[in-house]
Design a protein around this ligand. Structure first.
Ligand SMILES: *Cc1c(COP(=O)(O)O)cnc(C)c1O
Length: 445
């Protein structure tokens, strides 16, 4: 017991903590010192640590606490739009716009011409209409919100007719039937999992019907003996009955991706031209912007949506509006899109370039980690439910042995490196690596 009296007091230790106090503040340092001393008293190690050992331990604890768990990571999973890693990275133009909106007041709901009240959506409406051919547009927090508010506005207390082949679950509790319920409308399922016909929709329409809905089966494909009613025909059936047709595209895209060697995903302009009265899509999937939910379509319907009190609850903040506007502007110049938009840049990186990078890095990584590193061909995915069955040829580093231990070690770096384990190796797909130095710095860090 008497040994414990030799422990320095909190006050004495505080006197030697100038640098820690500068970095973390007096309150946090005091608290960490108290905790450390209490632990030593509860379970005294032999020999007792001296003052400098205690200060080192406390410094480590404080550094750990100061490190955000939401810190940048290297996404080497091979999934470009990784939902759990935050989906799209923003273009420099979008980042600057967001920073400007954070640093100074902005004319968010202020009309600079008249000096009167302006409209939050006005910053995006023109661009969205221009890029999609829609009459009008509005924007909410994310695409799940977009679907929710559309259903609630057009079909509350009524039926929304959807094919059984399109009752999707996106993951993270977005299930179409659950969203319908929260929106206050009754799901009217028609057809079967693999086949839905025009007459299935026609027979379901009655006095209770609020809308017909098409949902892009973003994260799966039904193949084989299948039949779905194409959007133009579904719009025709809806309009004959005086009902709106809603098309939830999920990812959607504003441009034809074939231009960059990717498989086509439906464009929003196509969905609008096919007769949908409302089209919904995400901001942070293929579009490559911040999280957002876009709703484009007929003017009267958008006006109704904007009057729904949910609009206020689901609205977007000025920072994301600024970043979204800057992102949409990039689409006015498709020639430079792949250069400026990180998502498209990564998706269109040629396999040969990635392989050359892998060959350069393999020996360096092996040296830094002391493990075996092979270069292997692999297949990247787009992710976030866009083109689920398509993969893009890529190249990876395959690290062995003991892939689980290696994965844990790389996750523990100050810039964590996230790969995936496959076939007894830790696979680092280099498609999304910003440059050689990013990987080497992270490994040395
Ligand atoms: C991703 C997706 C959603 C949800 O969009 P978030 O932007 O993630 O809210 C809704 N519908 C479909 C078809 C989707 O693919």
């Amino acid at each position: 017991m008497s040994g414990l009296r030799a422990l320095p007091s909190v006050d004495r230790l505080l006197g030697e903590c100038g640098a820690l106090i500068d970095a973390h503040g007096r309150a946090s340092v005091t608290e960490a010192l108290r905790t450390a001393l209490a632990e030593i008293r509860r379970d005294p190690p032999q020999p007792l640590p001296d003052a400098s050992a205690i200060l080192r331990a406390v410094g480590n604890v404080l550094a750990d606490q100061a490190r955000s768990a939401l810190r940048p990571v290297l996404n080497l999973t091979g999934t470009v739009l990784h939902t759990n890693l935050g989906r799209a990275l923003l273009a420099d133009e979008a980042i600057s716009a967001a920073v400007a909106a954070m640093q100074a007041p902005a004319a968010l709901e202020f009309d600079l011409d008249s000096g009167g009240r302006g409209e939050r959506d006005s910053h995006l409406r023109g661009l969205l209409c221009e890029l999609t051919g829609a009459e009008d547009a509005t924007v909410v927090n994310n695409n799940a919100s977009a679907v929710l508010i559309v259903l609630n506005t057009l079909a509350r207390g009524r039926e929304a007719v959807v094919s059984r082949g399109e009752l999707i679950e996106i993951g993270g509790a977005f299930r179409m039937p659950a969203i319908m319920e929260q929106a206050g409308c009754h799901l009217r399922e028609v057809g079967t999992t693999n086949r839905t016909h025009a007459k299935d929709y026609r027979e379901a329409i009655g006095p209770e019907t609020g809308l017909l809905m098409k949902v892009h089966t973003s994260n799966y494909r039904i193949e084989g003996f299948t039949k779905e009613v194409p959007a133009p025909e579904l719009a025709g059936i809806a309009h004959e009955a005086g009902l709106p047709m809603v098309n939830d595209l999920g990812s959607g895209t504003l441009v034809d991706l074939r231009r960059w060697g990717l498989s086509p995903e439906p464009t929003v302009a196509e969905a609008v031209a096919e007769g949908a009265d409302v089209v919904t899509f995400s901001g942070d999937k293929l579009l490559g912007g911040p999280q957002a939910g876009f709703i484009v379509g007929r003017r009267e319907i958008i006006a109704k949506i904007n009057k729904n009190p949910l609009k206020r609850a689901l609205r977007m903040d000025k920072i994301r509006i600024a970043a979204t506007e800057a992102t949409l502007r990039l689409y006015r110049d498709p020639d430079r899109l792949a250069e400026r938009l990180p998502t498209l840049r990564m998706l269109s990186r040629p396999e040969a370039e990635i392989r050359a990078q892998a060959e350069r890095l393999a020996p360096l990584v092996a040296g830094l980690l002391g493990c075996q590193v092979r270069v292997i061909p692999c297949a990247s995915q787009i992710g976030s439910g866009a083109l689920p069955t398509e993969t893009i040829p890529s190249a990876a580093l395959a690290l062995t042995p003991a892939p689980e231990a290696l994965a844990e070690r790389l996750r523990g770096l100050s810039t964590p490196i996230i790969g995936r384990i496959h076939d007894g190796a830790l696979i680092l797909d280099l498609r999304c690596l910003p440059g050689d130095a990013a990987l080497l710095d992270a490994l040395r860090g």
